[in-house]
Design a protein around this ligand. Sequence first.
Ligand code: PEP
Ligand code: MG
Length: 828
Amino acid sequence: MVGIVLVSHSHRLAQGAAELAREMGGPDIHLEPVGGLDLPDHPIGTDAVLVQQAIERAWSQDGVLVLMDLGSALLSAEMAIEMLPTERRERILLCEAPFVEGAVAAAVAARLDRPLGEVADEARGALAAKIAHLGGTPRAEEAIAPAPEPTAQGPSATAELAVENPLGLHARPAARFVQTASSFDADVRVTNLTTGRGPASARSLNQVATLGVLQGHRIGVRAVGPQAAEAVDALRELAEQRFGDEPEPPVTAATPPPPVGEGAIAGTAASPGVAVGPARHFRPPEIPIPSDPVVDRERAWSRFEDALGEVRTELERTRASVASRAGDQSAAIFEAHALFLQDEDLLAPVRTAVLEQGTNPARAWWDSVRAAAAGWRELDDPYLRARAADLEAVGRQVLSHLVDVTPGPPVLSGPGVLLAPDLTPSDTAGLDPASVLGIGTAYGGPTSHTAVLARSLGIPAAVGLGATVLQIEEGVTVVVDGDAGTLAPEPTPAEISQARTRGKRFRALEAQARLEAARPAVTRDGTRIEVVANVGRPDDAVAAAQAGAEGVGLLRTEFLFLGRTTMPSEEEQEQAYRAVAEALGGRPVIVRTLDVGGDKPLPYVPMAQEANPFLGVRGLRLGLARPEILLTQLRALVRTAADHPIFVMFPMVTTLQELRSAKELLRQAGDGVRASGGATPERIPVGVMVEVPAAALQAGSFADEVDFFSIGTNDLTQYALAAERGNEHVAELADGLHPAVLKLIAMTVEGAAPQERMVGVCGELAGDPVAVPILVGLGVTELSASPPAVPRVKRAVRELTLEEARALAREALSRTSAAEVRALSARP
Ligand code: PEP
Ligand code: MG
């Protein structure tokens, strides 16, 4: 995504323009406002060094667009570019576009991942709508190029939509229109049918705005391309929702608005912030259905029966897994799913079609499923209506056995709040974070993989909400509150507006923290704490550098291994590690070796079924059981470390013997690389993750043989408190601020001290501002958090003195519960 820098003489103007642009482009855009001087008597002006730092923070491989207000802003921006390395200069574009309108238009275009040139063009054309509205004629450079002829081919779809919201298609509604239209594989054109203006490309905010669509106008939408129908459906839905503009609630003394949260489903807070949007179930993608008739009808029918049997087995496996994690009640839904497979109302039409007419069983089955689902959808009872989605889910499962295609990753039908049972790391591999406003899951606890992912993307999330969330109808507006851990379906207008206000306040605080993120985190009495980032996807590395991370404290290398059918080669791994190291521009990168097994199985590493996967062959245990896998990874790391500051860290270490075996493999990897003529570093620092209580208790022995410790509080908490991290029923118990966990952290620090080994924390606790003072007080000197949390963590460190933090930590260790510790730390 292209980064945007706004340079103004006034700090407040830069901030204000950025606030507007974020409002339109969403909170995820890489936008850095910079303005004013740090001189109390002369606050107006521009400083080239500050501009250079802002460009660094906004840096993206896709380039950076710089918009400036007046005279010296331009000179400062030019000087700032001079200070940057040559290879970066080429990807920075100083743009003459109007400051405010340009910022808004550029933000929307950047959010759609448009290339730098197109983002700049959108910014340049941003005055056209205003000029047209006032009846003027834009000069050539302000005019918007007319929409080129559609190049897309394939099916087409059209719709005529009424525009009922007070602002018409301007500002936010127009931005939402453009974002929705652009999320489909279709060329969408829009015409103002009331005035006859258009057609305009729905991918351009400017073009849509110049149509001058006002309240009461009608617009014509025409889409061409593979997803034409889906695009038109989504736009129709958006229009029905008044393009996201809720009517203001009528305020009367007699009918006070109900308090927020009434009717909300309670779960566990997983990632901070509040989001409002249409419910989007995370569903498998459409499967192409063959229509060619079958020759051998009996055989086709028997293949269909086999598919039903296979799905029955799969459903039973899922039922057992959910039952063991979340109880029989939660798992009952899968028994209901299995009943569909023996429902004669569904099967009889398929039998007739296949055996008597020779219809392809996939076609016949899907027709039958669709007809039955349509019947369910017509019922009055919302619970029964929701069964249609269950039926289609099972229907798809059968289809995927009948049709010889590997289904791709699940998808969302449009931007909104993602609802799912739970998200596995491989589910999320193909997820488009830009279209996920919030996340609500039925299962999972605060350190589940879903929560870790949501935090790393900065998406508000609540987990462990129970199976009720799976029954919410697609498209219904929901509010997800990532601080309270709740999800409210069909909120009232008053609740929506309260949620939006809270969301805005949260984003404003985050933006403020980001302004200071490039500076080091030093306590008020001068102790420096390293604040680094957890990186779980390649994009996180860029986000980490932009968020002010001083390095990577935990590179979760699983991203390379999950969601595929074969092992990544040594070369492929080396490339990925180099890419992360390069994104961090010379800052240290702690790479954790593969941490799979147990609850994260690899399809290409067959393993025995385990009754207690979290206590089984996972982490380093798997690496030592399959040394060829670990050796390949270590060789790729050694090669990368020849040119970059790479640190190697082993996960789930329990005994000293495991560490020694792992170090021996690292030595062999180095020998292997040298033998093949490759360059190797003089030495690679080695660390262990402290995730098993035994490692914390034995830290003193480990200290003689490692360079550093990093405490994985997610696992350490689950093992210390015997509370499974993905299980929402024990989520309250699994709190890393429990004094028992804090004592294990204190023991690790104590064990590391005689050898002066660095102790960091890379579990989710490190990103929790309430936990930061206690961790610092316990003697932790490095905190590794998700990229969006880095500025927050730095700010929390700067508010402390070491003495206060130590006193707080002593108090915390003497408490008896996590709740007491939280109350202690949150006290003003
Ligand atoms: C941890 O256990 O705290 C940790 C950081 O590792 P992961 O969450 O990847 O298991
Ligand atoms: Mg772990």
